[in-house]
Design a protein around this ligand. Structure first.
Ligand code: LLP
Length: 403
């Protein structure tokens, strides 16, 4: 903990060197989200290679912007959107409608109108079926597995709002059967997010095949959702994607044979695991008041510590004898803490702090709390750097305030 220059853990950092990060902070200002295009594309390819029998859809809620949608589209992935807004971004990026899945537990009439023409609508309530026309649908159900994650991120068991219960599923099937314009292509489940163990997915997959057998009708597609965990700090393991491919495929084949049902096409919806590691947030230190080091961002650009008790391992982009500090944000709340962290003892205003693994659910969860402007998203690829989403300005903030 007292070394001069701890080497960054390569599992947490994209291949962008500190000089470049310092240059970005100096050129584009802080806070800034940096996103490494090579890393995003690498993850897309890894998913397509390792899960070669699966369809892979990027869950754009993790990071929705035109550039990322283009990259994942070029890499051959499908796209999961959960609102008319995410769909508008996808279409603005030229993403083909036929490869889009539309999600949501409370789809509005506007959402459903916009969703007309997409590849799949994932139905989450009987009510929405009455408002959908001419669509290929998947029905989202509960596999009833308890996911190994934060309670706010568990979505596969009873007691939370997602998925059709048994009675609603029967009713939904009746409606779909009576409607020639609706084609049932499959079933969907999503057990939660930041799931660490393959066994949780295996269990869900078995439950889903048992359900298909009970339905007594062919189901062409089985979408097992996303949720693959990523490490945020050095102590955490990588998710075993190779093990997932092997064990989930085998569990599905085995159960299908046992239950005498046809093996469905498998689909996954990774969000976090595609973009998390590609992202680094840059801040500048604004004040030092032992044991607190305060920076020019915080819970408005990273809500995850406050929402989920999430932990991070930031670094100062220079070396020196280390000490323990509490890295805090600029917001008017005591809970605006980014991390407990080792930083140089002489950390001072103007130093650049970099927080890794901030590509997923940071830009997309950002807010204007305290009327703080949201940061730019700056893309890096090989030797080039360019703004993907520009920083917000006070003019932007005031434009909507028409009272
Ligand atoms: N599919 C569905 C239906 C989902 O609801 C989600 C995430 C995903 C796929 C992608 O899950 P992922 O692979 O990214 O874990 N804001 C939280 C995460 C919420 C996840 C919501 N649903 C966080 O910052 O940890």
């Amino acid at each position: 903990a007292h070394s001069l220059h701890p080497a960054p853990d390569r599992r947490l950092w994209p291949d962008v060197d500190d000089r470049r990060l310092r240059w970005i902070a100096a050129t584009f200002g802080t806070p800034t989200y940096v996103l490494d295009e090579n890393e995003v594309r690498h993850q897309c390819r890894r998913f397509r290679e390792v899960l070669s029998g699966f369809r892979v859809a990027f869950a754009s809620k993790a990071l929705s912007c035109k550039a990322v949608v283009r990259w994942v589209g070029e890499e051959g992935l499908w796209l999961d959107v959960c609102s008319a807004g995410e769909l508008a971004v996808a279409r603005a990026a030229g993403f083909p409608d036929e490869r889009i899945l539309f999600h949501g537990n409370a789809k509005t009439p506007e959402d459903l109108k916009a969703a007309h023409g997409v590849g799949r609508i994932v139905v989450d309530s009987v009510d929405e079926l009455e408002r959908i026309a001419d669509a290929r649908v998947l029905l989202r159900v509960l596999p009833r597995v308890a996911a190994d994650t934060h309670p706010a991120l568990a979505t596969g068991d009873t007691g939370q709002k997602f998925g059709l219960g048994e009675a609603d599923l029967v009713r939904a099937l009746e409606i779909v059967d009576a409607r020639p314009d609706l084609e049932l292509v499959g079933l969907h489940c999503h057990i939660g997010s930041q799931i660490r163990h393959v066994a949780t997915y295996e269990q869900a997959a078995r439950r889903m095949v048992a359900l298909i057998a009970r339905l007594g009708r062919p189901v062409r597609e089985l979408d097992l959702g996303g949720g693959f965990a990523v490490p945020y700090t050095s102590g955490e393991d990588e998710f075993d994607l190779v093990g997932y491919a092997d064990r989930v495929t085998r569990a599905v084949r085995y159960e299908c044979a046992r239950q005498r049902v046809a093996v469905p096409r498998l689909v996954v919806e990774p969000g976090r695991s595609i973009v998390a590691k590609a992202g680094v947030t840059l801040y500048r230190v604004t004040s030092v008041k032992h044991p607190f080091v305060a920076v020019d961002g915080g819970m408005s650009d990273n809500a995850r510590p406050a929402l989920y008790g999430a932990r991070y391992q930031p670094r100062l982009l220079r070396s020196g004898p280390m000490a323990r500090w509490t890295l805090v944000g600029r917001h008017c709340e005591a809970g605006d803490v980014i991390a407990e962290v080792d930083l140089p003892r002489d950390v001072h205003p103007g130093d650049v702090v970099a927080v890794p693994v901030t590509g997923a659910y940071h830009h997309s969860l950002a807010s204007n709390y305290n009327q703080v402007c949201r940061p730019a998203l700056v893309g890096v690829r090989d030797g080039t750097t360019r703004v993907l989403v520009r920083a917000e300005t006070e003019e932007d903030l005031l434009r909507r305030d028409v009272g």
